[in-house]
Design a protein around this ligand. Structure first.
Ligand code: ATP
Ligand SMILES: Nc1nc2c(ncn2[C@@H]2O[C@H](COP(=O)(O)O)[C@@H](O)[C@H]2O)c(=O)[nH]1
Length: 205
């Protein structure tokens, strides 16, 4: 019998909305069964970031080679740096029946939606644009110039919200992670019901 494929879960949204914080909260819970796909980036590591844990840090040359070799499921240039998802890891994990969780920006999520429409697309939204800016300022990892750039980009990204299956507001980290967990559980149940109905229809024939 063919193994059931895992679900591709894509969490996206503007920089500073709290994707990383919510993802860490989710993955700190013992009952989480999905696997996190570690991205490739040309960005320099922030203090405390570890290669192979937070990202696979690459030079621009190395990254462009990965593009050439078609080893990325999607990639995007975001505020001066490349970011991309390793295709082998995602494909192998899903084919093995395990769910994969991506935390990526909006251009990349759009590319995946085109290539992999059966994915589950969740947009994490801020309570307001000013709160988004506050979060970026308080994180203290970018210069004011980069923050201004990310907030400008966010205005366009928020317009993409309606292309997603779900929008989750990140007002409180714990609540947002619980909402995402509930969405994934509901999506599995929905797919199981559809699959069961499909199998039943084939039996009748
Ligand atoms: N619900 C929340 N309420 C208040 N602050 C939050 C909330 N969620 C996250 N933050 C804070 O907002 C800042 C940005 O969060 P985080 O780095 O997780 O965002 P991100 O969307 O992953 O950003 P990027 O896309 O730039 O990586 C952090 O300082 C984080 O502690
Ligand atoms: N398209 C992709 N975007 C990604 C990927 N990994 C992370 N990201 C997103 O990039 C921005 C900036 O990240 P930061 O760590 O520099 O703050 C953020 O929105 C990330 O979610 C990826 O593989 N592909």
């Amino acid at each position: 019998m063919m193994k059931e494929k895992g679900l591709l879960i894509v969490l996206s949204g503007p920089s500073g909305v709290g994707k990383g914080t919510v993802r860490k909260e989710l993955f700190s819970q013992p009952d989480i069964t999905f696997e996190y796909s570690i991205s490739m980036t040309t960005r320099v590591p922030r203090e405390g970031e570890v290669d192979g844990v937070d990202y696979f840090f690459k030079s621009r040359e190395e990254f462009e080679k990965l593009i050439e070799q078609d080893r990325l499921l999607e990639y995007a240039e975001f505020v001066g740096n490349y970011y991309g998802t390793p295709v082998d890891y995602v494909r192998d994990t899903i084919n093995d029946g395990r769910d994969v969780f991506l935390e990526i920006e909006v251009q990349g999520a759009r590319q995946i939606r085109d290539k992999f429409p059966e994915g589950l697309f969740i947009f994490l939204a801020p309570p307001s644009l000013s709160e988004l800016e506050n979060r970026l300022i308080h994180r203290g990892t970018e210069s004011s110039h980069v923050i201004a750039n990310r907030v400008e980009t966010a205005k366009k990204e928020l317009e993409m919200m309606n292309l997603y299956d779900y929008v989750v507001e990140n007002d409180q980290v714990k609540k947002a992670s619980e909402r995402i967990k509930a969405i994934v559980v509901a999506e599995h149940l929905r797919r199981e019901r559809v699959e069961a109905r499909y199998k039943k229809m084939l039996e009748v024939k």
